[in-house]
Design a protein around this ligand. Structure first.
Ligand SMILES: *Cc1c(COP(=O)(O)O)cnc(C)c1O
Length: 803
């Protein structure tokens, strides 16, 4: 946008006065931040209005990305970069004696998601706006985001994330665009003009109020919308002032119950807890989202039968799968279309992204709960299933085994993945390996039945946040060496490869990494009073804590290294700082025990005179987008060590490579594609392959006790968990012990240990050759362009949405 420094300064000072009746001298940092945020938001308004008008007046297809989670992080810096006014604002504020960096720290990290899935949704919004695709987000405005993690005495403690406490500058409440969502009641059928008509009655109405957040494209004047819904009481039924509910106490309780629909994000990454409130949340934002799409569409004056030509709905995992029956409901009950026509439109409109193959994470709902909460939707799902099973019967004959395996309703449950597959024209996995496993194993029957419906769209990350914003030093080096064309065309980062063998470029790259590491070392010193050596290898594993992600493998290796250093005082190693950052689901005992284990190791190692100059262990609390931006640019080693076949894609792996870390990883998810991109000499691979893992799961043959008893190195480690070596009670890590030994090591930690330790030795040696290491790092940065979410979105646009 067009802005000069003087105008900005005037605007800013006026904003402070108009919002708070304060000038710069009086205003607190928070107020200064809010004034800046409000001003920047206002700067986007003209383009926002124009973008919206343009969408309504043109015939362009609108894409709606439905996601239960948007892990947005902070937006100030992002918006300044995308508007192209960061430098002017920075200098303008400096004139006024204000530091932009300091104000940026005032912004709350919007953590409306758990991890990769929610962050993917946020990256996709940024890419859609930047590519000029009419793509909008649809989700929930949780009053409390993902819990804040504190580490107390080595344990995770969860604190509510009251992120809306001081208001949210980026949103605009649109009460006039509210919708009504209906829960409960009963359905009866009558005949009307010879047609069967469903009547839903005795339901409870909840008001869905949208809060819109502008999604600003990169220097292209496009501003799309992220619409988040909030639950409120519906006035017509509930007139507060007249106390129509009879008594005030009950009225307040009712209000509390309604608002609780959008009050908390479920802090659960992969499994379904089967709670009624969660199902309510899902229907709530899906129903409101679809109603609002239909309302917007109808303004165009096109026939509803052409909906699919103008609207595409992408559902992020199965949480929004109720979009299928909800769209059917509206088309049939409100638009009076016959079933077949409605079904044809629905399938052509909706597409589904699958994120997991872990059976225990596949979402399903008890029929009774589903029917009670969503009686009309239930009758539609029943009919979808009846027709689908008839289709199967016709095609395969009386193959009841197959039909029961594919049925949407079965064993007392509604299976959301089946509903999503049957109701979509596209089903995509999120990395090549993941899609292959879906097609050939987990969803084989569906892939056979729906030829051509399954496809791959490897995840991506926005290089604007994860490189330009997170790593300005590296960004400057890139611009200095290869220009700035890669900003618009990220594949052109490959030009940087030419500098991999250039001594001067390598030195510059190394210095930048060092400066970033020095910054992080200061942060660690300030926050935890621990000295870490910026010359040491920064070896980082930052992601949700989960058994399959195997933080335990990393930690056991550190214990092993510690044992060896204690045994042999002369053991030569490249000094290393092992950094962890991870939140565990509050009810996941094993994960929380692993956090305590890592912190216990840290206590033992960091203060041991014998090893303290060689290794350090740091656990950074409260992993989130903001912390990720701080630590990823400092990594030398990126740990991506999930049990092969378990990590659908991973996106953390891409962020680290883009910042020049070398991946230490298994052949899992997108690690495989990273290996293809950088070449096997520029990545460190270890461990079982997915075929081997799947084979063990299917046919058995793995016995962790055998490894334990035959391998003295491993036996020592496992014994140290419970023999008092770690200065904790012997039962402290009993769950970990049982997981590894009693329950046969579900994620093959012991099986992969030797291979992992060897890979770590290779890294130790490689890092001694700085020239070689920097060459590898530069090649990683250069090859990362293909993982920009711009590329991912271009593929969705061409191959799924047809825009
Ligand atoms: C990218 C990201 C993730 C996903 O990390 P994975 O390593 O792919 O699991 C999780 N949390 C945050 C805050 C992220 O930025």
């Amino acid at each position: 946008m067009n802005l000069n420094k003087e105008r900005f300064k005037e605007d800013y000072q006026r904003k402070l006065v108009s919002l708070f009746a304060e000038d710069i001298k009086e205003a607190s940092k928070l107020h200064k931040f809010i004034a800046l945020g409000e001003l920047i938001k206002e700067y986007s308004f003209e383009n926002w209005l124009r973008t919206n008008k343009n969408y309504i007046n043109s015939d362009r297809k609108q894409v709606y990305y439905f996601s239960m989670e948007f892990l947005i992080g902070r937006l100030l810096e992002n918006n300044l970069i995308n508007l192209g006014i960061r430098d002017i604002v920075k200098v303008g504020l400096e004139d006024l004696g204000i530091s932009l960096e300091e104000l940026e720290m005032e912004e709350k990290d919007a953590g409306l998601g758990n991890g990769g899935l929610g962050r993917l949704a946020a990256c996709f919004l940024d890419s859609m706006a930047t590519l000029g695709i009419a793509g909008h987000g649809n989700g929930i405005r949780y009053k409390y985001g993902l819990f804040e993690q504190k580490i107390v005495n080595g344990y995770q403690v969860e604190v509510p994330d009251n992120w809306l406490k001081d208001g949210y500058v980026w949103e605009v409440r649109r009460r006039d665009k509210a919708c009504i969502v209906k829960f409960g009641g009963n359905v009866r059928f009558t005949e009307e003009d010879g047609k069967l008509k469903a009547i839903h009655e005795n339901y409870e109405s909840v008001l869905a109020v949208p809060y819109d957040i502008p999604v600003i494209g990169y220097r292209n004047e496009v501003v799309n919308t992220l619409r988040l819904w909030s639950a409120e009481i519906f006035g017509a039924e509930f007139d507060f002032s007249s106390f129509s509910m009879g008594d005030y106490q009950r009225a307040m309780e009712y209000k509390y119950n309604v608002e609780s629909i959008t009050s908390v994000l479920y802090p659960d990454d992969r499994t379904e807890k089967g709670r009624l409130l969660r199902l309510k949340q899902e229907y709530f934002f899906v129903s409101a989202g679809i109603q609002s799409i239909i309302r917007t569409f109808k303004k165009k004056g096109k026939p509803i039968t052409e909906l699919y030509k103008y609207v595409a709905i992408q559902i992020n995992d199965t949480h929004p799968a109720l979009a299928v029956p909800e769209l059917m409901r509206i088309l049939i009950d409100e638009e009076n279309l016959p079933w077949e026509t409605a079904w044809d439109i629905t399938v052509k409109t909706i597409a589904y992204t699958n994120h997991t193959i872990m059976a225990e994470a596949l979402e399903k709902w008890p029929i009774d709960m589903f029917k009670g909460l969503l009686p009309r939707i239930w009758t539609i799902v029943e009919e979808i299933n009846r027709r689908f099973c008839m289709e199967l019967l016709e095609k395969y004959g009386q193959d009841w085994n197959r039909i029961s395996k594919m049925s949407i309703i079965g064993d007392g449950y509604v299976k959301m993945a089946h509903l999503a597959i049957v109701g979509s024209h596209s089903v995509n996995g999120v990395a090549e390996l993941h899609t292959k496993i879906l097609k050939e194993q987990e969803l084989k029957l569906f892939n056979e039945h729906f030829q051509g419906r399954f496809n791959n769209k490897t995840n991506g990350i926005t290089h604007r946040r994860w490189l330009i914003e997170a790593n300005p030093r590296l960004t400057n080096l890139l611009i200095e060496t290869i220009g700035d064309r890669w900003i618009k065309k990220p594949e052109e980062l490959i030009e940087f490869k030419k500098f991999a063998k250039d001594g001067a470029a390598r030195d510059k790259f190394y210095k930048i990494k060092q400066q970033n590491k020095i910054d992080l070392a200061k942060y660690i010193k300030n926050k935890y009073d621990i000295d870490v050596d910026p010359e040491s290898i920064f070896d980082i594993q930052a992601k949700r804590l989960h058994g399959y992600k195997r933080q335990l493998l990393n930690a056991l290796y550190i214990l092993d290294l510690y044992n060896r250093l204690k045994e042999d005082k002369n053991l030569e190693i490249s000094p290393r700082t092992f950094i962890f950052s991870a939140k565990a689901f509050p009810g996941y005992t094993l994960a929380k025990e692993i956090i305590k284990f890592i912190n216990t190791l840290a206590q033992k190692i960091n203060y041991d005179e014998d090893v303290k100059d060689k290794i350090k262990v740091i656990f950074l609390e409260n992993y989130g987008v903001t912390l990720a931006e701080r630590i990823i640019p400092c990594a030398n080693v990126s740990q991506q060590i999930s049990t092969a076949s378990k990590e659908a894609s991973g996106t953390g792996n891409m962020k680290f490579m883009m910042n020049g870390a070398i991946t230490l990883g298994t052949l899992d998810g997108a690690n495989i594609e990273i290996k293809d991109a950088v070449g096997e000499e520029n990545i460190i691979i270890f461990g079982l392959t997915s075929d081997e893992v799947i084979n063990y799961y299917k046919n058995g043959g793995y016995n962790s006790k055998e490894i334990y008893s035959s391998n003295a190195r491993i036996k020592r480690l496992v014994d140290q968990l419970t023999n008092g070596f770690l200065n904790v009670p012997p039962t402290e890590f009993l769950n970990i012990y049982n997981h590894l030994i009693t329950y046969n090591d579900e994620f093959f930690v012991l099986k992969d240990f030797e291979s992992y330790a060897n890979a770590q030795e290779r890294i130790d040696k490689l890092y001694r050759d700085k020239g070689k290491w920097n060459e590898m790092a530069i090649i990683n940065v250069a090859a990362s362009g293909r993982f920009s979410s711009d590329n991912t979105i271009i593929k969705y646009a061409r191959e799924i949405w047809n825009v």
